[in-house]
Design a protein. Structure first.
Length: 234
């Protein structure tokens, strides 16, 4: 009888030890799962931080060009007769007496302008073509032309100038790029006013301190073949 009691006690102790071992193993598993979960969460947080940093760097890279040089913007100074002809029919454009230089304006309000294009070649830029078409300028209709003896700007920019001659007027460009047989130079400025700056109309820009003025010029064989002036409006 005593032997039976001892056997039952021994079985009971063994059973208890197995239960405790199983519980301990379960606790270890839970701890491991919790640790793995925490590590995963931290890894995901770091991944999100890196992704955010990456997004921020992308935003910084895609920035608007900086306009830092101050200048009184250049423009084409038309006489009263030439301006009135355009005012009577806004679909018209200007051409030099030798037929080589073509001048197009995109007017804003009160006949101030946002864009002026001087070229001796066919315009191929789709954005410029769309802009002129939207304004109703009939660039292929020579019956809509207004003749000017010589087309050049207030600062002396005209077709045929060399790169060095243009740099002598505007200084070093902000960017220079070779496109097939063309060289594209771009200048970016902020406007400076003078005593006559705020005169509006006459197919001239509206000039206010701090507004942007961009000059984009194409050269072929070191000869100026196209000028695009863009003026910010208030």
């Amino acid at each position: 009888m005593k032997d039976l009691i001892y056997i039952l006690i021994a079985i009971s102790l063994i059973s208890c030890r197995q239960n405790n071992s199983s519980e301990n193993e379960s606790d270890k598993n839970v701890s491991v799962i919790q640790i793995e979960s925490q590590v995963l969460e931290k890894t995901e947080e770091k991944a999100e931080e890196k992704s955010f940093e990456s997004d921020e760097s992308l935003e910084i890279q895609v920035t608007k060009p900086t306009y830092t040089k101050g200048i009184q913007p250049d423009f084409f100074n038309l006489n009263t007769s030439q301006f009135n002809q355009f005012k009577e029919d806004g679909s018209k454009w200007f051409i030099s007496s030798n037929g080589k230089s073509k001048l197009y304006f995109v007017p804003y309000t009160d006949y101030s302008i946002t864009t002026a294009i001087l070229t001796e070649t066919e315009i191929t830029d789709s954005n410029l073509l769309s802009l002129l078409q939207f304004e109703g300028i009939q660039i292929n209709n020579h019956k809509k032309t207004i003749e000017i003896d010589t087309i050049q700007t207030k600062k002396g920019i005209k077709l045929g100038l060399s790169i060095d001659e243009v740099k002598g007027i505007f200084g070093v460009p902000n960017t220079a790029e070779q496109l097939e047989n063309k060289k594209l130079l771009v200048w970016q400025f902020v406007m400076l006013e003078n005593g006559e700056s705020n005169k509006v109309g006459g197919l001239r820009p509206f000039i206010i301190d701090g507004l942007e003025f961009k000059a984009e010029m194409e050269f072929v064989d070191n000869k100026l073949t196209q000028v695009v002036y863009e003026y910010e409006v208030p």
